[in-house]
Design a protein around this ligand. Structure first.
Ligand code: ADP
Ligand code: ASP
Ligand code: MG
Length: 403
């Protein structure tokens, strides 16, 4: 008997018919197995709830935001449990708190601190199918929290680790992890396997097929993750430990991210302590900075540019305007029309000239590079947003990922 965690994303449970069809798929997997099913909010519910909050106030209180957002998943768990019961199966739904998913108190981006999963285990032992609300948890102060966008993936992986499940299956609207977003590159190829490290880079560089923190968690606890289609029964992509054959491929995939903004502080006095002051202020707001570039100084002044999640850009600009005045900088400017394209592959560790090939491919298309960053297994460029699809396709071609 296997213990399986299945997670169904928003588009897989977008309406009642889809919820019923997920119930049938779950039912088919129950034969001889124990099942935990994690679900997201239906369709675009989370986006709609955020829209509602923003109509009420421009910057909603994060605690109330979590109170609101957590309702989305609660609708789905109840409907799915009903649908399973309608098929004659024993099923019981649990909120994140009831499933024992404890988090810190960082509302809207909480981190998991502990999972007790006692009620989950008891229900499984009693022969019930356990249905759990993704994306939500509870803090030590008994406040409802959420785990950041895409957080149901993390709920599924974390529960799989806590109950030592045999596999964590992520069911979604594509049939696996592709060499690039198949909605942008139609000839992208489905990967049979991808290493945790490559998947982590792909996810953190924008491939939203898995939430990056869920991959981090899966790697840490060695949870085998299988990404596959809700609507087809074909095998999908196994996210797993690296094996020696994986290094033979230089570039495994192309990722892109349209969710960032670039902020620049111009005319910054070039003296020790300035960067610490600027980035200290940003991190005091809990905002994560991605790429940073400081220009060579001229006449004792330099420019510092960096990227942040676009949703955080207004806060960053507002707070840095104060800092700029204090440190005697000239101005703070920003650009929301940027995108990041990246190439990812463990093979880059042992091959040289990969970054240069990437830059040549972009230049052939006339795409100007604004910022560059590298890691051991990835190279990223910030470019103008309007060129992002062109850039992804050009890189997919250059690294011959379709063949
Ligand atoms: P869910 O609602 O099931 O969580 P998401 O929308 O979060 O689904 O993730 C699935 C989407 O991820 C796909 O529809 C696809 O557009 C996008 N995506 C981006 N990069 C990739 C990739 N490399 N492989 C597969 N899908 C990708
Ligand atoms: N419903 C949440 C979101 O849209 C969590 C998830 O779908 O994973 O971000
Ligand atoms: Mg998702």
């Amino acid at each position: 008997m296997a213990l399986i965690v299945q997670k169904y994303g928003g588009s897989s449970v977008a309406d009642v018919e889809k919820v019923k069809s997920v119930a049938r798929r779950v039912a088919a997997a129950t034969a001889g197995n124990q099942l935990i099913v994690v679900v997201s909010a239906m369709g675009k519910t989370t986006d709609s709830l955020i829209g509602l909050a923003n109509q009420v106030v421009p910057a909603p209180d994060p605690r109330e935001m979590d109170m609101l957002l957590a309702t989305g998943e609660q609708v789905t768990i109840a409907l799915l449990a009903m649908a399973l019961q309608g098929l004659g199966l024993r099923a019981r739904s649990f909120t994140g708190a009831q499933a024992g998913l404890r988090t810190d108190d960082a509302h809207t981006k909480a981190r998991i601190t502990q999972i007790t999963a006692e009620r989950v285990r008891r229900a499984l032992d009693a022969g019930e199918i356990v249905v759990v609300a993704g994306f939500q948890g509870v803090s030590d102060a008994d406040e409802i929290t959420t785990l950041g966008r895409g957080g149901s993936d993390l709920t599924a992986v974390a529960l799989a680790a806590a109950v030592k499940a045999d596999v964590c299956e992520i069911y979604t609207d594509v049939d696996g992890v592709y060499t690039a977003d198949p909605n942008i590159v139609p000839e992208a190829k489905k990967l049979d396997r991808i290493s945790y490290d490559e998947m982590l880079e792909m996810a953190s560089l924008g491939a939203k097929v898995l939430q990056s923190r869920s991959v981090e968690f899966a790697k840490k606890y060695g949870v085998p993750v299988h990404v596959r289609s809700t609507f087809k029964s074909d095998p999908g992509t196994l996210v797993t430990r690296e094996d020696p054959n994986m290094e033979a491929v230089v570039v495994t995939g192309i990722a892109h991210d349209r969710g960032q903004a670039k902020v620049t502080i111009r005319g910054v006095p070039d003296r020790p302590g300035i960067a610490a002051q600027v980035f200290g202020t940003v991190s005091d707001h809990g905002i994560v900075v991605d790429m940073i570039v400081q220009n060579v100084s001229r006449d004792g002044l330099s420019d510092i540019s960096f990227t942040v999640p676009r949703g955080d850009r207004p806060t960053v600009v507002a707070t840095l305007e104060d800092v700029a005045t204090k440190i005697g900088a000239e101005s703070v400017t920003y650009d929301d029309r940027i995108a990041k394209v990246s190439i990812v592959g463990v093979g880059m560790r042992s091959h040289s000239g990969v970054a240069a090939r990437m830059f040549r491919a972009l230049s052939r298309e006339g795409v100007n590079i604004h910022m560059i960053s590298t890691s051991e297994i990835a190279v990223s460029c910030v470019i103008e947003d309007k060129y992002v699809e062109l850039a992804v396709r050009a890189l997919h071609d250059t690294f011959e990922l379709a063949v």
